[in-house]
Design a protein around this ligand. Sequence first.
Ligand code: ATP
Length: 483
Amino acid sequence: ESTQLKDIISHAKEYGFVFPSSEIYDGLQAVYDYGQNGVELKNNIKMLWWKCMTQLNQNVVGIDAAIFMHPLTWKASGHIDSFSDPMIDNKDSQKRYRADVLVEEKAAEYEKAGDLEKAQALVKNLARLLEAEDLKGVQELIISENIKCAVSGTTNWTEVRQFNLMFSTQVGSVAEDASTIYLRPETAQGIFVNFLNVQKTGRMKIPFGIAQIGKAFRNEIVARQFTFRMREFEQMEMQFFVRPGTEEEWYENWKQIRLKWHEAMGIPAEKLRFHDHEKLAHYAKAAVDIEFEFPFGFKEVEGIHSRSDFDLSQHQELSRKKQQYFDNDLNEEGKPFGNYVPYVIETSAGADRLFLMTLCNAFTEEEVIEGEATKTRTFLKLHPALAPVKAAIFPLVRKDGLPEKAQQIFDDLKYDFNVIYEERDAIGKRYTRQDLIGTPYCIAVDYETLENNTVTIRDRDTREQQRVPISELSRIIGDAVSY
Ligand code: ATP
């Protein structure tokens, strides 16, 4: 892990953003808990996604489907048969690895050493073997490349096997009645199986979309890089149902809309890029990732997929219930085939990855001059709309009626914004604490406040203070947090 990522992980822990799960038992790998500031930041990200999807688009509505679904769902979606990663074990250390990742890391080594040709050949070779489902070939590649286990240092590998990423459990109390069900590995299927429910009850006309935010679970073999790859995580997905033949246009459309959304959240354009998939998932006709430049390189934060009619057709076949839409417009245009299974464009983002992206982007260390000395000031340069706390209100001292006045300002603002009141410690220390959690404004109540009802408001990024009337505070904060 890069030093910057390490700094961010310890910052996240120290200031109440993210804790390792069940930490008192030494944690559980690739599972994390969000703390008092983390939950606010993550909720803000989710809320802004939800608003942009459902509130700004009249033809997109939301649902909240269950995590457990009928087992046939996963047969239909292809997850039982093909949602797997190739894995390999080292016989000496008994450590399990993703075979494809081992080869990719070797290729990265070649690249780093300046041998671009060798790196590219290796990646190509791997893609060809995976495409042909030639697991023996992948194993031979690992052996011929002399790839060593990081723990044992040996090349004593088992064969390569496919490892399904779904978690399963039993439902029903008596063994005979029990049946295997899965924790959903994606939220999308909850939308597909409700397609007609929503379409009919909402009288939705194509093109329209259904959005959902919810937990998903994957038994990731390689689990690392903090909240980038978790075993329990949250997805924000939207399925957009379109008339067959219009999917390319809508795919382009949603690509651009989603990229702009990330930029509006305060991510600089140069830290974002599209990455087209060479190898498509079993359901996809076209797929692109939006990647962000993490401290560990450009990596996927969101996928946009053209899924054709794959999912709905599969559900139609296994459930034996028609999953068709009657397109009145087509009939009016005098075209035949008013009934069809719609095509789908999907936008699929991970809330935890966007959280990590936001944190990495906001984490700022700058040199500041304080008196004679230069110091490093660490702060989170979060978009005010995302910041856990919008403003902190401080009385300069704990006497002479200043606390009461500050408390009154707090009470006036708290209905509209997440604000906090703090009176302990020197004011400089209080500013620092707010910088560390990314609070955009600190409001100080001093003796002048008692005379003319003005306060100072300090900007987190410039550290500049301005004197403003109390009556202006709500508008100033409101303007900054509006999106
Ligand atoms: P990767 O290739 O990184 O495993 P993926 O292509 O399998 O990701 P999708 O199935 O397209 O990912 O899932 C959509 C989004 O869900 C991803 O862009 C990512 O933001 C999020 N996501 C997927 N797996 C995880 C995970 N294990 N932890 C956190 N977020 C995840």
